[in-house]
Design a protein around this ligand. Structure first.
Ligand code: SAH
Ligand code: SF4
Ligand code: F3S
Length: 467
């Protein structure tokens, strides 16, 4: 996927919104989410906070008293998309007097009150750590005052809030286990928009997983910008729970509950985590391990704190400890001063790691980041785009090869719902996070596990039948 279709795939606009467990409401809010899974997860926390004060989620923007957009700042294009959506919201706001528009998330945090100056229709601006303040800010906006809170917290994890599942398939759900990031990769805005790293109370994580299981969910994804540095100290026992331990605790909720997690940082993923994955059948054999670049000099400029050799050794450890594991990655083409030879190192790393899939981008300079302050964004746009194309083409080839190796194999698949393309087919994923499409059989429904034999493969999907 390129960055454009990530935005589309993740915005999920226009789908009918299924909301689970909503309380009776007097007013309606409409919310659109952009960016990473953390943002989608945060929107569910926001929905829960709003529901407590009488707002219900609607998928119909024309009926909304409150229009919210949960925004992403990761690349310039992500912010452009948000500004376009704000233009679009204008017509609904003017048609419905008294209705409000709020900007949430990373762009709210990055631009703060500048956003109120630049975007006249915006009434409320709320950063990722200030969502508890939303009811108050809405009240003051209803009285005609613009509301803003972009305070970043060192403690907030929303641990006690039970998210209201938006757009839910009733099968898979996100659980946020930590917030913020302390890594300071030189290209990245996240440490500025999401603040310092903090881990959520382990017992509330396990309780949320157990609650989801009891409601019929069969897969949870533990979320954080850097889940491998999860670390929570039990204030009573003083015991420290690390990522391997929280993985084990969630895996023990029920053997029928699948566990996924994202994102892993190559410097932090330990053998203990890999061994825990190998030890539990219900921890999915899939790791998103973004490399960013395959060249050690560029990695140093990026402040990723590992080099090519370290990354290769982590990949080797994964395939040694979990032979059937799939690995995916993120790559940035054309970072400051990257030469043609260094770009080739990224391509050869892709071959080495045999990624099942990747998210691929060209470098977009972000104001305020270390790279913006220290380095020149000197790779011409055409060169960035050409290198990105080479990366995408190679990934498509590797993905196809990876998927073709699965032809003839049988996988345990969790049914997620009806295939988008055909009502006669189900879709679901195997442990390796590959989407598999197969004909429905009567008596089966979403959240059931089935054994599916793969007959055909494209670079994006496996096609099979239940055996
Ligand atoms: N925490 C995750 C990444 C979160 S951002 C990690 O460390 O891997 C998701 C991806 O966006 C990053 O992995 C990176 O590939 C990409 N990205 C971040 N900043 C970028 C920028 N300035 N230009 C282009 N791509 C960027
Ligand atoms: Fe950004 Fe690096 Fe933190 Fe990922 S680990 S969110 S790329 S600073
Ligand atoms: Fe975007 Fe913020 Fe996530 S910048 S990628 S929404 S943490």
């Amino acid at each position: 996927m390129t960055n454009d279709n990530i935005m589309l795939a993740e915005s999920r606009q226009g789908e009918v919104m299924e909301v689970v467990d909503q309380k009776p409401t007097k007013k309606a809010f409409y919310i659109e989410s952009y960016g990473c899974q953390m943002n989608f997860s945060d929107s569910e926390i926001v929905a829960s906070i709003l529901n407590e004060v009488g707002f219900g989620a609607t998928n119909n923007i024309e009926a909304a008293d409150l229009i919210l957009i949960n925004t992403c700042s990761i690349r310039e294009k992500a912010e452009d998309t948000v500004r376009k959506r704000l233009r679009y919201f204008d017509q609904f706001k003017s048609r419905r007097p008294g209705s409000l528009v709020g900007v949430l998330g990373c762009m709210a945090e990055r631009l703060k009150d500048k956003l109120l100056e630049q975007e006249k229709l915006v009434d409320i601006v709320v950063g990722p750590d200030a969502y508890r303040d939303l009811p108050k800010l809405i009240e003051s906006a209803e009285d005609g005052d613009k509301g803003i809170n972009v305070f970043l917290s060192r403690e907030e994890t929303y641990a006690d809030i039970s998210p209201l599942r938006l757009d839910s398939n009733g099968v898979t759900a996100f659980i946020s286990i930590m917030r913020g990031c302390d890594n300071m990769c030189s290209f990245c805005v996240v440490p500025f928009t999401r603040g310092r790293e903090r881990s959520r109370n382990a017992f509330t994580i396990v309780a949320e997983a157990a609650d989801l299981y009891s409601k019929g969910y069969r897969e949870v994804t533990l979320l954080g910008q850097n889940v491998d540095s999860y670390k929570w100290k039990n204030p009573e026992s003083e015991e420290i729970i690390n990522f391997a331990e929280i993985l084990r605790m969630v895996a023990e909720v029920n053997p029928d509950l699948r566990i996924r997690f994202s994102t892993s940082h190559p410097k932090d993923i330990t053998d203990e985590v890999l061994e825990t994955m190998a030890a539990y059948d219900n921890i999915c054999k899939y790791i998103h391990l973004p490399v960013q670049s395959g060249n050690s000099r560029v990695l140093k400029l990026m402040n990723r704190t590992y080099d090519r050799n370290w990354y290769k050794n982590r990949v080797k450890a994964i395939y040694r400890i979990i032979p059937d594991c799939a690995i995916s990655s993120d790559m940035i083409a054309g970072f400051c001063t990257e030469t043609e030879e260094e770009h080739q190192d990224t391509l050869s790393m892709m071959e080495f790691a045999q990624y099942s899939m990747s998210y691929m981008f060209y470098y977009s300079e972000r104001p305020g980041t270390l790279a913006h302050k220290k380095y020149k964004d000197d790779v011409p746009l055409e060169v960035k785009k050409r290198r990105l194309q080479e990366i995408i083409q190679l990934q498509n080839k590797i993905s196809l090869r990876h998927n073709e190796k699965d032809i003839g194999k049988t996988f345990k698949v969790l049914i997620e719902g009806t295939s988008k393309k055909s009502d006669a087919d189900f879709k679901g994923r195997n442990s390796q996070n590959k989407m598999i499409i197969f004909p429905k059989l009567s008596g089966l429904q979403p959240s059931d596990y089935v054994e599916v034999k793969v007959n055909r493969a494209t670079s994006a999907t496996l096609i099979g039948e239940i055996v």
